[in-house]
Design a protein. Structure first.
Length: 388
């Protein structure tokens, strides 16, 4: 399929179970269901859990799922082999990554006291940082406007913690430039890729990011509440002890040692028993990405979002809509947001017409573009489809 036909049809739309008559532009909040996932879950429940029972840990490879799924995600985010594990929620992984990054600060760097973030970060990341700062006297959280991040990086900063794509406006940080600036200042960097993984090319290895986290249920289509991932730069992985020392992060979890010995590498960031059914769903969903070029995804995303902005501004002039996202497509992720004084009511009216986006207080209506299944037809339809 060439680029034009892919844009018109959605790169792999036939492999998703989307209702007829529905325009779904909320993949930046919950991805659509890949058809193969339903069969995988049915097999995991009936053939694996139902027939193998406890033997499924070895016979079905349940025990290997966190690393196997992590390996698939690593390819999408430019991470080296064996540097990504999957398990727990994004919030828990932020807690693990931030504590690890702070623990890498030596006593000789006692002047570094700041966790630097911005007002566009997702609230859970800020809440986690507030909790850590409140529990440990050394650290303080500093929140600046997104445009002020670069200027706020100085020798007082211990960790720079940012979400690459602003969840409200889609504003895209320059990961390479900000990572380099933080490293020049002697700080560690944590990137939240919740709105990046599966939406645009990411190259953690090239920018030498220290840590990264992200969820599995948005553009990766792993299903509601799918487990999150965590990345640790390989040269850091054995330099800290995990703050949550759970048995799956143990060097030999099935030795049932009474004393914790951290596993080598990113494995030490695992905590409890992996959620097998959720991991199985995400594992199968990620197979859709095996032959996908993220640069093609990015090009299609930009084409769809540019078309969307043009259509909205042409058709809805005079209705009080204001573009909240950067107009330059190179400065935004795979979503477009508009502001409207009655944004909630506007979105509810769209949803009632089978066009699903979402609303973020106080006045933002968001539309996400997932080129695996979204198409130019989705953008041009004034209401939901009548079917195809």
């Amino acid at each position: 399929m060439n680029g034009d036909s892919a844009q018109a049809a959605g790169l792999k739309r036939s492999e998703f179970d989307l209702p007829d008559g529905l325009v779904y532009l909320d993949g930046n909040s919950l991805g659509a269901l890949p058809r193969a996932v339903a069969a995988r879950i049915d097999g995991a429940v009936k053939a694996e859990w139902g027939r193998m029972l406890i033997r499924g840990w070895n016979q079905a490879g349940w025990v290997d799922l966190p690393a196997r799924v992590g390996g698939k995600i690593a390819k999408l985010i430019g991470a080296p082999d064996a540097s990504v594990m999957v398990g727990d929620s994004t919030s828990v992984n932020v807690f693990k990554a931030l504590n690890a990054a702070l623990d890498l600060m030596s006593d000789t760097e006692s002047g570094r006291t700041v966790i630097l973030s911005d007002s566009g970060n997702f609230p859970t990341d800020l809440y986690i940082a507030q909790g850590i700062a409140g529990a440990q006297d050394r650290w303080q959280l500093k929140i600046v406007d997104p445009d002020e991040v670069a200027g706020a990086i100085d020798e007082s900063v211990a960790v720079l913690m940012l979400t690459e794509v602003d969840y409200r406006t889609g504003r895209l940080h320059d990961m390479a430039a900000l990572s380099a600036a933080a490293h020049r200042a002697g700080a560690r960097v944590i990137w939240d890729l919740a709105h990046s993984a599966g939406a645009l090319p990411v190259d953690l290895g090239n920018v030498e990011a220290d840590f990264a986290v992200g969820c599995g249920y948005k553009y990766l289509n792993g299903g509601p509440g799918a487990p999150a991932f965590i990345y640790v730069r390989p040269d850091h992985a054995d330099r800290f002890g995990p703050r949550i020392s759970g048995w799956f992060g143990h060097e030999a979890p099935f030795a049932f040692d009474q004393h914790f010995r951290p596993a080598s590498g990113v494995q030490r960031m695992m905590v409890g028993t992996p959620p097998v059914l959720s991991l199985s769903a995400l594992d199968t969903a990620l197979d859709l990405w095996a032959d996908v070029d993220m640069h093609e995804i990015r090009a299609m995303s930009i084409a769809l979002s540019q078309l969307f902005i043009a259509e909205v501004e042409s058709r809805c002039a005079g209705f009080g809509l204001r573009l909240a996202s950067p107009r330059d497509p190179q400065r935004r992720g795979s979503q477009v947001s508009f502001r409207h004084a009655e944004g909630y009511a506007v979105m509810q009216a769209l949803i009632s017409g089978n066009v699903i986006g979402d609303f973020r207080a106080p006045d933002i209506i968001r539309f996400g573009f997932a080129p695996l299944y979204n198409s130019a037809d989705d953008v041009r339809q004034p209401t939901g489809r009548s079917g195809r």
